[in-house]
Design a protein around this ligand. Structure first.
Ligand code: SAM
Length: 286
């Protein structure tokens, strides 16, 4: 079987199996070898690694992963792709294919079965509307992770990586950076896929941190404060928090806490670092 990254080969497979693309599963298949190389390079895959691939499609990226990794487990939701994958991956003996929804898999059990419970690498090119919730769920459920390399909408990659005070900085930046160090490995234009998506994409690697970068007494409270601060972006932090239905602090409580921390009471959330949100949460909890 020749490499599917050759666009003609992808078209041949699709025609041969009379495959119909399904929009609801976000099926845009990669056809650019440079992008595929960049994804496997970004994921830092070696022959010692077990890789979980989410959404292999017809197996284009999977072929690259099988070349580099010790073993690959690919979870694909679309039943119509399973026979195709068996064919396109028939040259490899280090692949396991599971038909199913990634949201229903027990990833901790997978890591135990295939990687002795040690941190795994995850690579995914998924429908964009489920990628961020899946990534956050993986982080929050404390699945043992080494890194997660995902294709996301370009703007989402920029938000994940953004620093305080920039226009892209927000709750997603803080949530991601609490668990991982982001690195944008490539920008990927629509013509790298069949069919072409309507938006630009980017490959981002999230290298999971051994330890959260800040210590906070109440993690949940910190994230409530973060959400409240960015829900009303143009409001000051004190107004955002005082107006939040999730919280019961008055403006005076917030002003007092900010003053104690030496932060201006008229500051907006977009200027606060993760360390400052953690300190504010501890002060309010205090
Ligand atoms: N990895 C392939 C590539 O790069 O060419 C295909 C990428 S395509 C954007 C997304 C793939 O994810 C599709 O094959 C789709 O059927 C699959 N998918 C969508 N939702 C899924 C889910 N919840 N669980 C597992 N696979 C899913």
């Amino acid at each position: 079987m020749s490499k599917l990254s050759n666009p003609q080969e992808t078209i041949n497979v699709i025609k041969k199996h009379d495959f119909q693309f399904k929009k609801k599963f976000g099926q845009n298949f990669l056809i650019d070898p440079h992008v595929l190389d960049k994804i496997v390079d970004a994921a830092q895959i070696t022959k010692d690694d077990f890789v979980l691939e989410i959404g292999p499609g017809i197996g284009t990226l999977t072929q690259y992963l099988c070349e580099r990794a010790r073993h690959v487990l690919a979870v694909e939701i679309d039943k119509n792709l399973i026979d195709i994958l068996a064919e396109t991956l028939s040259d490899y003996d280090n692949i396991t294919i599971i038909q199913g929804d990634i949201l229903k898999q027990d990833i901790v059990a997978i890591s135990k079965q295939y990687n002795e419970g040690k941190p795994i690498k995850i690579v995914a090119n998924l429908p964009y509307y489920i990628t961020t919730p899946i990534v956050m769920e993986l982080f929050e459920s404390r699945v043992p992770l080494d890194n997660v390399t995902v294709m996301v909408q370009k703007e989402v990659a920029e938000r994940m990586k953004a620093e305080p005070g920039t226009k892209d900085y927000g709750a997603l930046s803080l949530a991601v950076q609490y668990y991982a160090e982001p690195y944008i490995a490539a920008n990927v234009p629509p013509n790298c896929f069949i069919p072409r998506p309507n938006v630009g994409s980017a490959v981002i690697r999230l290298s999971c941190l051994d330890k959260n970068p800040v210590e906070v007494k109440d993690e949940k409270l910190m994230f409530k404060l973060i959400r409240a601060s960015f829900n009303q972006r143009r409001k000051t932090l004190q107004n955002g928090i005082a107006n939040s239905p999730e919280l019961s602090y008055s403006k005076q409580d917030v002003v007092a806490a900010l003053e104690k921390l030496g932060i201006s009471p008229t500051i907006r959330g977009e200027k606060l670092s993760l360390q400052e949100f953690a300190a504010l949460a501890d002060e309010l909890k205090g």
